[in-house]
Design a protein around this ligand. Structure first.
Ligand code: SF4
Length: 284
């Protein structure tokens, strides 16, 4: 059996940094609140919770110290924390912080922002809060019409197109094409490709491997946005793509039928889970 393990599988630099810093902080203080799950991986969340990290859903539940995860958070959370004297350990990924800064700068320079992203995703919600009221979130083609209506109502002629760091590369290009073809020449459109490098590499590698193998295994948390995108890419090219969280989700009899397997994992999947899956397939 041929097994191809994606070179870009597993933790990205932002997640690695978040986990390492959280572990460091928990050595000093075992009573820290984290706004939302620290990463979209159940095993890692449970491990850190045992060491004193409490996952909370809202800043209103925070006690003295709050950890902001790699996705970042909204402007309001910083303001509430400041007013309530809650200490912030800010582990927002630098790539997300750069987007917050850009949308603020462009908003201040009278740009209307088209933010491509999953509307319910914390990163998108956070980034959107740093835009002025002249901004729209576009998750899919169907959102473009309303976004353009709102742009026209604003009377602004400058447009910034930017996205969530883990947005799909192909959808980004598709949405940009529709927008640039729809808006007339009086609009000045600035396109900022803000999909991070880690996401780029994983999506490109998934595309490549999934065209070569009979079975594609995508590993990651069920609520991980970047892993979901990898699965969507894989299933387009390989009809036998499966999405698993750990080795426990593998059906041995199913796997046995294939001569070639590709394995890739999302940016929040720990390396030990990837290794377990790889070894398991190798030994079948
Ligand atoms: S996926 Fe990209 S933006 Fe998100 S934490 Fe990782 S490196 Fe940072």
């Amino acid at each position: 059996m041929k097994i191809i393990l994606g070179k870009n599988s597993g933790f990205c630099s932002g997640v690695k940094n978040t986990i390492a810093k959280a572990e460091e902080e928990l050595k000093k203080d075992q009573n820290i609140d984290c706004l939302g799950e620290i990463i979209h991986n159940k095993q890692v969340v449970e491990d850190l919770e045992k060491r004193g990290l409490r996952t909370i859903e809202s800043i209103d539940e925070a006690k003295n110290k709050i950890l902001i995860r790699a996705h970042g958070t909204s402007k309001e959370v910083y303001e509430i924390a400041k007013n309530k004297n809650i200490e912030i350990i800010d582990l927002t990924c630098p790539k997300v912080l750069a987007i917050h800064k850009q949308v603020q700068e462009f908003s201040n320079n009278n740009y209307y922002i088209f933010l491509f992203g999953i509307k319910s995703h914390p990163e998108t919600i956070g980034t959107f809060s740093f835009c002025s009221k002249n901004a729209s979130i576009i998750e899919e083609k169907g959102d473009i019409e309303d976004a353009i209506k709102n742009l026209k109502k604003s009377n602004l002629k400058n447009v910034l197109i930017i996205s969530q760091t883990t947005f799909s590369i192909s959808l980004f290009d598709e949405l940009c094409k529709i927008i640039t073809e729809t808006l007339d020449k009086t609009y000045n459109i600035h396109i900022q490709k803000s999909i991070c490098n880690a996401t780029n590499l994983r999506q490109l590698e998934t595309e490549e491997i999934s065209k070569e193998v009979e079975l594609m295994i995508i590993i990651g948390g069920k609520n991980s946005s970047n892993t979901k995108k990898l699965y969507e890419i894989a299933i387009k090219n390989c009809k036998n793509a499966i999405y698993i969280q750990t080795i426990k989700d593998i059906d041995k009899e199913f796997i046995k039928q294939f001569e070639s397997i590709g394995i890739i994992a999302g940016a929040s999947t720990p390396s030990y889970i990837i290794e377990e899956v790889y070894e398991y397939c190798k030994n079948i």
